[in-house]
Design a protein around this ligand. Structure first.
Ligand code: ADP
Ligand code: MG
Length: 254
């Protein structure tokens, strides 16, 4: 029950099928990495799991701890324990990170329930200490003039505060300098634990030097074509993706 299960998922974007029969199970407590060439549908997978309206599931199933994820609205998915790392809002001038996160947590409480300021700040500072973040960071306006590294810091802090059951991190290829990579890696490593399953999507093996995954999957042309342990990431770094294509021969014909 305690896993995120994707069964034979098909997703279309603008009338084109991008995810084409994808199967994957992410257990709580494990880190699964998805790697794959550009255009293989990795970000599409992340977006469709989050409930992005442009991405249409044409068939397949997604279950999160026994709940049918595809029947839920995006905000319900989040309340039920799914976190998508690229969901940080665009710039919110004048709203500090501390107030933004407080509103996000307050929004999850039932009617009449009040998030106590002292409890909130205790939790915020506990998480920041865990992530080794400077407290002054939360006084900044959300995403206003943020560097790539600061955006990552904000995402990771959001994940720490929301305490999801599953975190999906789409580390897109552009703009991740080594500092940003380390922020993501330190964050994920300190949040790792039996309650949290992570799906880490990345184009570059480099990130997996810092976050050692339990499993590595290769996605090509909308499917997982090869799965293995952490050593698979090194093999891909060394040999590229072409040999995988050959092994998954029938895909080449498409
Ligand atoms: P990856 O993250 O693996 O590089 P993407 O999921 O971003 O791959 O893209 C897979 C394919 O889907 C690409 O051909 C891309 O052009 C197409 N695609 C993704 N999003 C959209 C969209 N919103 N509209 C049209 N095509 C899209
Ligand atoms: Mg992508």
């Amino acid at each position: 029950m305690n896993s995120l299960i994707i069964k034979d998922l098909h997703v279309s974007v603008a009338e084109r099928e991008i995810v084409r029969g994808l199967d994957l199970e992410v257990e709580r407590g494990k880190v699964h990495a998805i790697m794959g060439p550009n255009g293989s549908g990795k970000s599409t997978l992340a977006k469709v799991l989050g409930g992005h309206p442009d991405y249409r599931v044409t068939s397949g199933e997604v279950w999160m701890d026994g709940v049918n994820l595809l029947e839920l609205e995006p905000d319900e998915r989040s309340r039920k324990g799914l976190f998508l790392a690229f969901q940080y809002p665009s710039e919110v001038p004048g709203v500090s990170i501390a107030n933004f996160l407080r509103a996000a947590l307050q929004a999850r409480l039932g009617e009449g329930e009040e998030l106590e300021a002292t409890d909130y700040y205790a939790k915020l500072y506990e998480k920041m200490a865990l992530l080794e973040m400077d407290r002054s960071f939360t006084a900044r306006s959300v995403n206003e003039n943020f560097s790539g590294g600061e955006k990552k810091r904000n995402e990771i802090l959001q994940m720490a505060m929301l305490e999801p059951s599953y975190g999906i991190l789409d580390e897109t290829d552009s703009g991740l300098d080594i500092d940003a990579l380390k922020i993501v890696a330190n964050g994920v490593n300190s949040l790792r634990g039996p309650e949290l399953g992570i799906l880490l999507i990345t184009h570059y093996q480099r990130l997996l030097n810092f976050i050692v995954p339990d499993y590595v999957h290769v996605m090509m042309q909308g499917r997982i074509v090869l799965s293995g342990g952490k050593e698979l990431a090194f093999e891909l770094e060394e040999k590229g993706y072409d040999w995988v294509k050959e092994e998954a021969g029938e895909l080449a014909a498409v």
